[in-house]
Ligand binder design. Structure first.
Ligand code: KG4
Ligand code: ZN
Length: 338
């Protein structure tokens, strides 16, 4: 089954063609990062307009790269939530028009379910059940993936996502948006022990996390040093932040693995590209004797191939939509099923 997949929830317009949920025939991305960089973050209205400009030619490009004619498409999958509402609506309306014109089913895909499915592309033998740590710019959560379309959120951040924490600290350090990857590169090989950063404890659910205190503490530390005219050891502060984020994620993931008894751990989302988190999750999996799946770097961040992968399983579960499908934005998903 060939699925044309569309993703436009943030600042990447992406179109892919995926066969049977596992084989990527084409995967095209048009990034807007250079435009939003000027403003230090995503400007929603600009993002929506750029999606409109990019999506049609990108879909043609994805079909050409896949070597398929439109007639060979069997369905259209699209991210319908969560995301910037204007941005998601561009993809949703393009997908609706495409599905209607082709006379093929329209499959709505939750963006986070898509991130999780990126692992099916990199690890063709991976099947549920497994535990998944989702770490992106907007989300940080532990998800029990009981089946391809049956998922429960076990815990997550009460405030900032891990990616938000990396990006805001990187911005104060003078790194261009989105600073997560630059902060990661800067931290490599450095000793983070020079700076002490707090580890947040949250009452209630032991699988919940909080990153806003860490973000504020790091930003205050940098501002205080600047006010005193002290030089910041850039690699050391980046290493300290990476260590703090990573160890918070490792402790909750370990507990979730023990609580659920799952024998496979997957990691997903843009922050899954972080070198320290990848290394520490590898060590955790080894220590607990569980199998670890990490997506290939290109499938960590937003892409449409992951939407095509999950779209296949949504289709098999009968989760198609009619032409009334609209985008919606969700605030917090914690405590709900995904
Ligand atoms: O999944 P994603 O592309 O978009 C969302 O759904 O949010 O994640 C983007 C986030 C950004 O915060 C970006 O800085 C972060 O992923 N990121 C990283 C790294 N690469 C991307 N954070 C830490 N280390 C990295 N290597
Ligand atoms: Zn994402």
């Amino acid at each position: 089954m060939n699925i044309l997949a569309i993703e436009s929830s943030c600042d990447e317009t992406a179109v892919a063609v995926v066969r049977d949920g596992r084989t990527v025939l084409s995967d095209c991305i048009s990034s807007q990062v250079d435009i939003h960089k000027i403003y230090g973050g995503v400007v929603p209205e600009i993002a929506s307009r750029k999606h409109i400009e990019a999506i049609y030619p990108l879909a043609d490009q994805a079909l050409a790269q896949a070597g398929l004619s439109r007639a060979k498409l069997d369905a259209v999958a699209v991210t319908y939530a969560p995301g910037l509402i204007g941005a998601v609506l561009v993809g949703v309306n393009f997908a609706k028009a495409a599905a209607f014109a082709l006379g093929k089913p329209l499959i709505p895909v939750h963006h986070i379910r898509g991130h999780i499915a990126a692992n099916y592309i990199t690890h063709p033998e991976l099947e549920p059940p497994f535990l998944c740590l989702v770490v992106s710019g907007g989300h940080t959560m532990l998800v029990d993936v009981a089946d391809y379309t049956k998922m429960t959120i076990l815990g997550g951040t009460r405030d900032d996502a891990a990616g938000e924490c990396f990006d805001k600290i990187a911005r104060v350090l003078g790194m261009p948006y989105p600073g997560g990857a630059a902060l990661d590169r800067m931290s490599r090989g450095a000793d983070g022990s020079r700076y002490r950063l707090p580890q947040a404890k949250v009452d209630g659910n032991p699988l919940d996390l909080s990153f806003s205190g860490l973000k504020t503490a790091a930003i205050n530390l940098i501002h205080n040093a600047r006010q005193k005219g002290e030089e910041i050891d850039l690699p050391a502060i980046c290493a300290a932040v990476s260590e703090a984020v990573s160890s918070a994620l490792v402790s909750r993931t370990e507990l979730a693995l023990i609580q659920t008894g799952r024998r496979t751990l997957a990691v997903a989302g843009g922050v899954a590209a972080n070198s320290r988190i990848r290394a520490e999750m590898t060590a955790l999996a080894k220590r607990l004797g569980v199998r670890l799946c990490l997506p290939e770097l290109r499938y960590c961040g937003d892409n449409a191939a992951m939407i095509g992968a999950q779209g296949y399983y949504e289709y098999l579960a009968g989760n198609t939509a009619d032409m009334t499908l609209n985008a919606y934005a969700t605030k917090s998903l914690v405590g709900e099923t995904l």
